[in-house]
Design a protein around this ligand. Structure first.
Ligand SMILES: *Cc1c(COP(=O)(O)O)cnc(C)c1O
Length: 438
């Protein structure tokens, strides 16, 4: 497999380098140089294949010969060890539940696959790979769970003290083993700045094999394509399928575009956002205006400058006479909704279908509804990106109902928090890394 940077098409990198580096040196994003179609004997018979076999077929096709078959199978089986079921709301609306992994959100797919690939590419190295992550909450939990007990890896997570939810903190601080949480007396920006500085510090990078678990690592995108095929296989044959994706950094939606390029017959995509609507605005007007994010109820989508937009543009680069914008809006429609509308949608889905949907999924529900009013007759699939119990106080207040908490979440509250409290000071952080990891 060869990859290029969105900022220098024509310069190729191996999968190993793209995964271990995360970001190209020119600050673009890695993209696969070729996106081959899935073999038709699989594509035309998806229902005959298990989720694992579909994930294998997608990986084999996209990764080409980067990883031998037997190793790839181990990686895929370890990464995709939970299901992605489709639940029917009515004849035209379905929900794809992506929350059956350890951290109860779709990010588990990306984090687990990335952990497996990094561990694989670090085999045979004498030093362990140290993954530094700054988190404002959600990503850290998925990364921690994804790398937990993965051979040859150590994870150091920096999170801002008092600024993540109690549940998120438990997800970061209770695993132990190869996962260490640093509770930073500062903001998320402080955490991020400390991590960035560590990568620029020659003394540290000499002594320790550092890498990042950045959300734009290509290894997080690839496994997210798996479940679009898995969802399609569960729908009535011959449907005009529309995927509706609650979006923040647009990684999830970009993975859907990859699946489509690999031959999945998706009719259209719907980009659903909260008030942070720079992509829906771009689709409407043709101009992309990043701006500071706004806080909302669906806070995992509070992103003012979506990092994967560069990949979306890359996929739709002007071909023939049409502009990038025209290409993109022919395939994706965007909608935005307020928190009040989101709460009303959560109640509507519960009352109409008896289904408890989380605030992110509820934004998706609204967007699908709008799109189907404009284009009747499609079969819509809302990606339910997290389990509603992850947002328990909000969901219970909106529905005026108790929400069932999955056992793996309930167990967390009994576990002891273990974190190293630290000033937001790079010198202190550097000494800690030198003393504990080199
Ligand atoms: C991260 C996240 C999103 C946004 O996904 P992107 O790939 O960044 O667009 C949506 N919902 C939940 C619950 C998330 O954790």
């Amino acid at each position: 497999m060869k990859l290029y940077s969105t900022k220098s098409r024509g310069h190729y990198t191996s999968l190993r380098e793209a995964v271990l580096r995360g970001l190209p040196p020119d600050n673009g994003l890695y993209m696969p140089a070729e996106i081959p179609a899935l073999p038709s004997d699989i594509l035309d018979n998806l229902p005959a294949f298990s989720f694992t076999e579909i994930a294998m077929a997608v990986s084999r096709t996209l990764l080409q010969n980067a990883i031998p078959e037997a190793d790839l199978r181990q990686i895929v089986e370890e990464a995709v060890n939970f299901p992605a079921p489709v639940v029917r709301l009515d004849e035209q609306k379905y929900v794809l539940e992506l929350f059956h992994g350890p951290s109860l959100a779709f990010k588990d797919f990306g984090a687990r696959f990335m952990a497996q690939l990094m561990s694989y590419f670090n085999r045979g190295e004498s030093r362990e790979l140290v993954i530094l992550v700054a988190t404002s909450g959600d990503t850290g939990g998925a990364v921690a769970a994804g790398f937990y007990q993965t051979p040859g890896t150590r994870v150091v997570i920096l999170y801002p003290s008092g600024k993540v939810s109690a549940l998120q903190e438990k997800q970061l601080t209770t695993l132990g083993h190869n996962i260490t949480a640093l509770e930073i007396d500062g903001t998320f920006d402080d955490c991020q700045a400390m991590v960035k500085q560590a990568f620029l510090d020659p003394e540290l990078t000499e002594a320790i094999r550092l890498t990042s678990a950045n959300s734009i690592n290509i290894s997080r995108l690839i496994p997210q394509a798996f479940y679009y095929f898995e969802a399609y296989k569960q729908l009535p044959a011959g449907s005009d399928v529309v995927f509706c994706v609650p979006s923040g950094n647009f990684g999830n939606l970009t993975a859907g575009l990859l699946a489509q390029r690999m031959g999945l017959p998706v009719k259209h995509f719907v980009a659903a956002t909260n008030a942070n609507d720079v992509v829906p605005e771009y689709l409407k007007t043709g101009s992309f205006n990043p701006r500071p994010s706004q806080r909302t109820l669906s806070n995992a989508m509070d992103v003012g400058n979506p990092s994967n937009f560069a990949r979306m543009q890359d996929l739709y680069q002007a071909m023939e006479q049409r502009s990038t914008w025209n290409n993109m809006r022919a395939n994706i429609s965007g909608y935005r909704f307020t928190d009040e509308e989101t709460k009303a949608a959560m109640r509507e889905v519960y009352e109409r279908y008896g289904y408890v949907i989380d605030p992110h999924g509820a934004v998706g529900y609204l967007a699908l509804q709008s799109n189907q009013q404009e284009n009747p007759g499609t079969t819509g699939v809302i990606l339910e990106t997290a389990h509603p119990a992850k947002f328990l106080p909000d969901v219970e207040a909106v529905l005026d109902q108790n929400v069932e908490v999955p056992q793996r979440l309930a167990e967390l509250s009994g576990l002891e928090k273990e974190a190293v409290f630290m000033d937001a000071d790079f010198g202190v952080f550097k000494s800690w890394l030198q003393d504990n990891l080199s």
